[in-house]
Structure formats: C-alpha cells, structure tokens
Design a protein around this ligand. Structure first.
Ligand code: SF4
Length: 205
C-alpha cells in the first residue's frame, strides 16, 4: 500500500493534452495506478490494479516534472486510474516546491479531494456518481457519451455543479451513437462544447 510519499505509477510522459479546454497544449502527465470505478469502456484498464506498478517516490516524480518544464511543458496533469484513491497532498506539495507549473487533476470524483490544484477536470460516471465536493470545485465538466442516458446525466451534473465550470461532451471512442448524440446535443445546447480525443486521432500518447 502506498504511503503517499511513494505512489504506484503506470507511466509518466511529456506530450500534448488531447482533451477538453486545454487540448493542444504541452503537458507532463503522471498516470497513477489504481481504479475501482470499473467503467466498461475504460481505455486504461491496465491502470486498474495498484499492484504490479512500481511505487515511485514523489520527489522523483517532481524531478521528472521539473525536467519536463525545462523541455516546454506548460502544466502537469495528474490522471489515472482514479488519482483521488490516493492522498495527493504530498505529491502536489512536492510538485509546487520543485517545478512550479500549474497542476491539473483528472478525476471521476468518487473520493474526497486531496492536494492543491489549479484546474480540476471532473469526468463523472453514471454508475458511480461524484461527490458534491468535487462538483463544487471543478473548472471543467467532461462527460463521456455512449447513450441517450449519458446526456440526461450530463445535464444533471452541469446543474449540480458550480456555475462557472466549462461543460464538455466527449463521444466514447469508437461509438458512432455517442458521436451523433454529442454533436446534436451541443448543436442545440450552446452551453456545451464538444471534446474530441485529439491524441487518439493523431495516434500520439
Ligand atoms: Fe477507467 Fe477512469 Fe472509469 Fe477508472 S474512472 S474505470 S480509469 S474511465
């Protein structure tokens, strides 16, 4: 079990953010292992078990982020897995101390917030809705769409969340129905925007 000074890491990499408001910007990604949310369409199922992924010291992660900052990264994205399964306070503290880049979080919101973040992308799941505390803190709501029920859920989440948050619908990858539904919903509801997974279309990480 990680003690927060060491965290199980699937991978770290410097690439472009592919989704949402910051799509197209240079970013350093820290993908933590461990997720119990169990989305059937998850594209990072290899990140579900914490075991089998090396536990890395948070100082080493902060050093890697510092190197990425020198190589042009504009911000750090902590993702997963479900990163909030872990206490992120020590990691964000170390990142603040070493690299000074804005810190972004991508979460399903099923656990209480830990750590200090400049930008929170909440990607809630219908089968395991998020905590109100995350809806109150998100800068960006991103709902993946496969079926009409996802649109009802998306509207409910937008209603329940903080008013200034940006709202994105993201068609499920390889889901023609999701694409059609998301496009039509955005066309008729201008508070929503379309998010495409640009990195997948481009074939980059
Ligand atoms: Fe996959 Fe994210 Fe769902 Fe976890 S919350 S199963 S990592 S899509």
């Amino acid at each position: 079990m990680a003690d927060s000074q060491r965290l199980p890491v699937v991978e770290t990499f410097h690439s472009l953010q592919g989704e949402g408001h910051h799509a197209g910007r240079s970013a350093f990604f820290i993908r933590l292992a461990g997720c119990t949310v169990g989305c059937s369409w998850c594209d990072t199922k290899h990140s579900w078990p914490s075991q089998g992924h090396p536990e890395q010291p948070i100082d080493a992660l902060a050093d890697a982020a510092q190197m990425a900052a020198k190589a042009g990264a504009s911000f750090v994205v902590i993702t997963g897995g479900e990163p909030l399964h872990h206490n992120l306070q020590p990691l964000t503290q170390a990142l603040d101390a070493r690299c000074g880049l804005p810190l972004h979080l991508e979460t399903s919101g099923v656990d209480p917030l830990s750590g200090r973040f400049d930008w929170i992308t909440l990607s809630p799941k219908r089968h395991q809705p998020p905590l109100q505390g995350l809806l109150d803190r998100m800068q960006e709501l991103k709902v993946v769409v496969h079926a009409p029920e996802d649109l009802h859920f998306a509207d409910a989440m937008a209603q329940a969340g903080q008013a200034e948050a940006l709202h994105y619908l993201q068609p499920g990858w390889d889901s023609p129905e999701g694409q059609q539904l998301a496009i039509e919903h955005v066309r008729h509801n201008p508070t929503w925007r379309l998010s495409l997974q640009a990195h997948k279309w481009l074939g980059v990480r």
